[in-house]
Write a protein that binds this ligand. Sequence first.
Ligand SMILES: Cc1cc2nc3c(=O)[nH]c(=O)nc-3n(C[C@H](O)[C@H](O)[C@H](O)COP(=O)(O)O)c2cc1C
Length: 198
Amino acid sequence: MKSISKKDIKIILNQQLEHLIDAISNGKNPYHTFTLGTLNANQSEIRTVVLRNIEKEPLRIFFNADYRSPKVAQLLKNSNCSALFYSFQSRAQIRFKAEATVHYDNKISKSIWKKTPLQSRKCYMGDFKPSKYLESWDPNIPSKYLKTDPQKKDSESGFKNFTYIELNIIETDILKLHHDGHIRFKIDKKNRMEFVAP
Ligand SMILES: Cc1cc2nc3c(=O)[nH]c(=O)nc-3n(C[C@H](O)[C@H](O)[C@H](O)COP(=O)(O)O)c2cc1C
């Protein structure tokens, strides 16, 4: 039987962090999107978002959202949330428990908005609050920009709806699938690593 040590799981953790870092700019990496879980009173809510950045030590992951969206309201009410990643390439699942900080109309969100391409900015220029019920179909992007990008000056109107959300990781749970025995471990806020039954 193979033997797996704490040194081995440290290597797996670092490989997974590298895989996550690659996913920020690599749309083909399965970690490019993740499932975000929030709390809406007693109801859990989940949806897909795009991974925009990672900071190590302390570990934080980031995504963009529309300030008017229900997920932002939920995070402002209760910052406890979770993030789920699965990579068929590395046959690994990462589950994060996190606490969210919503960056809205501040120095940080401004610096991210400055780097946001015009093509992405138009997603924040729609008239409707995301998830609002509609009388009829509407893509929620100004119709003149459906097939083109806005001018930079016009795109600035999207900033009032833009948020950059930071997830401060409280616990990491990694499950790595292997034909000869899956490996699972958790890392807490103090960076303590423990094996967990897969
Ligand atoms: C591939 C994919 C990527 C998405 N990325 C984001 C994202 O980065 N941020 C975001 O707010 N919504 C994103 N969405 C849309 C959300 O999944 C969701 O439908 C929308 O934001 C409304 O969610 P809410 O009602 O929970 O706020 C994405 C959806 C898909 C399918």
